[in-house]
Design a protein around this ligand. Structure first.
Ligand code: FE
Length: 353
């Protein structure tokens, strides 16, 4: 058996491979680490068969769809998972064959309704059902403390105590445990009585994970992260540095249009001299009236960069071929002590000279 544990922050992903048949599965991949999984598979000479999310993650972006697409594998998830990308909808008791290795699916709802644990010969991947010295939380969408109690005490903790436990999160430097160790020392498992367990889970008072709403939107709706949207936009445009733009404005470059896409209040409070104001939200609807020359050099600017990047990419999509965004936005411009103009546009129709 080929086994790799890949930690990204506190999140744990796993690669399990069959040395004989060169087949592999990746469990709980993160979108940020796709290249790491891909290079591990190549290094080991493994063909990726399945990518499995143990549940709908609320704290990070699943890389299952992208990894499976890149490596020609199938996405597997419990049938109750909201992901639109599952090729295989798993049921309790199903087995996946990864070469000579078998992974048995245990439906263990509680942390989420679609939570599964994956049982191999000597180890169990517990997702967020059972963590080292802890359990998954039950206060996020589809969480259910009573169901978690039943999954733990009725299913998982009845397995062989010698089984190694590999969870979806591991903190404090420990990367694995065993069922026996958890029964002996996990403080949450001391609450064997169902009502006491539910009461204990209800009193945890945990803060919401960072990116929770975005992660749920992306992982259940198949959408993109905001970072990905801005990165995709950045890939189809150029950028101009503040000092280079200042020099071109100073030189009265003919045909240069500088477009400030911030809201009106921000524009009035200080903009680059000669900038025209066209808020990002009105860009597509006013473009035909405001930007009449599709061959013009247009530089978009915003407060820090992302909105100007998205605006420039929109203009590129609309057919403006010489569009760029101000790198670092007004924040960078001001930080360099470059000139600022207050109030409304001094060039109401165009800065082309
Ligand atoms: Fe989780």
């Amino acid at each position: 058996m080929i086994f790799e544990q890949i930690a990204v922050g506190g999140c744990q992903s796993y690669l399990l491979g069959c040395a004989e048949r060169r087949a592999a599965v990746v469990i709980d991949p993160q979108a940020h680490a796709i290249d790491r999984y891909a290079s591990l598979l190549l290094r080991e000479g493994l063909r990726l068969r399945y990518v499995i999310d143990t549940h709908t993650h609320a704290d990070h972006f699943s890389g299952a769809h992208e990894l499976a697409g890149r490596m020609g594998a199938r996405v597997a998830a419990h049938r109750l998972s909201a992901t639109p990308h599952a090729d295989l909808r798993l049921e309790d008791g199903d087995q996946l064959m990864v070469g000579d290795t078998r992974l048995r699916v245990l439906h263990t709802p509680g942390h989420t309704l679609d939570s599964v644990c994956l049982l191999a010969s000597d180890r169990v991947f517990t997702g967020d059902t059972l963590l080292i010295g802890s359990t998954g939380r039950t206060d996020l969408p589809t969480g259910d403390p009573g169901a978690l109690h039943d999954s733990l005490f009725g299913v998982l903790l009845k397995l062989d105590p010698a089984l190694k436990v590999y969870p979806a999160h591991a903190y404090d430097g420990r990367s694995a445990s065993t069922i026996g160790e958890e029964i002996a020392s996990n403080p949450r498992l001391k609450h064997r009585d169902r009502a006491a367990f539910v009461d204990m889970m209800g009193r945890l008072n945990l803060s919401s994970p960072v990116h929770c709403t975005e992660a749920l939107r992306v992982n259940t709706g198949g959408g993109k992260t905001i970072d990905q949207l801005v990165l995709d936009a950045a890939a189809i445009i150029a950028f101009v540095a503040s000092d280079a733009l200042a020099a071109r404005l100073e030189a009265d470059e003919p045909g240069l249009t500088l477009l400030d896409v911030r809201e009106r209040d921000a524009f009035l409070a200080g903009h680059i001299p000669g900038a025209r104001h066209l808020p990002r939200g009105e860009l597509e609807l006013r473009v035909n009236d405001e930007l009449t020359d599709p061959t013009a050099r247009i530089v978009t600017c915003c407060e820090q960069g992302p909105a100007a990047t998205l605006a420039a990419a929109t203009l590129r999509t609309l057919g403006f071929q010489r569009v760029a965004a101000l790198d670092g936005g007004m924040k960078d411009w001001r930080g360099r002590g470059l000139p600022i103009e207050l109030g409304a546009e001094s060039f109401p129709t165009t800065v082309s000279r």
